[in-house]
Design a protein around this ligand. Structure first.
Ligand SMILES: [Zn+2]
Ligand SMILES: [Zn+2]
Length: 145
């Protein structure tokens, strides 16, 4: 049974609620994720947008990914904390940041993408499937096997 999850920014101005559990969770070590994260990578959750509700003012920074798709990275206009993103190549899906979860235990990572961009000193979980860039067919295919 799906419990859903909730999250928000550091100051509390942005809050969100998902009615379903994370469908896909992965670490991404691409340069954009690193630069926007405060650490070496982002941990993203993937869910359908219609399960997701947000309150508060989210600002978006649009930047093209390697694929040419535009990734809109949402952050709080007050405290700057990243909350979720959208990707023009995956319409109808939403990517909450695991860092913004109220209870991060629910976001158990299943894969690593853009592993080739990680610094050599990063300690990655060797038990997870790792892809040098984005896997052929995208993250859904990895989970579906
Ligand atoms: Zn905030
Ligand atoms: Zn990334």
């Amino acid at each position: 049974m799906s419990q859903g999850f909730s999250g928000g920014c550091l100051c509390g101005a942005v809050r969100y609620q998902s009615s379903i559990d994370p469908q896909i969770v992965g670490h991404c070590y691409c340069v954009d994720c690193r630069k926007s994260s405060g650490t070496t990578h982002c941990t993203h959750i993937v869910i359908p947008e219609d399960a997701f509700a947000v309150s508060g003012e989210v600002k978006f920074y649009d930047h093209p990914a390697d694929s040419g798709n535009i990734v809109a990275r949402g952050f709080c206009s007050v405290c700057g904390s990243p909350s979720y993103s959208k990707n023009s190549g995956m319409p109808g899906m939403i990517f909450p940041r695991a860092s913004s979860l109220d209870a991060p235990e629910i976001a158990k990572p299943q894969m690593i993408v853009y592993a080739s961009r990680a610094p050599s000193w990063e300690i990655m979980d060797l038990a997870l499937p790792a892809f040098a860039t984005m896997p052929e067919g995208g993250p859904q295919e990895v989970v579906d096997g």
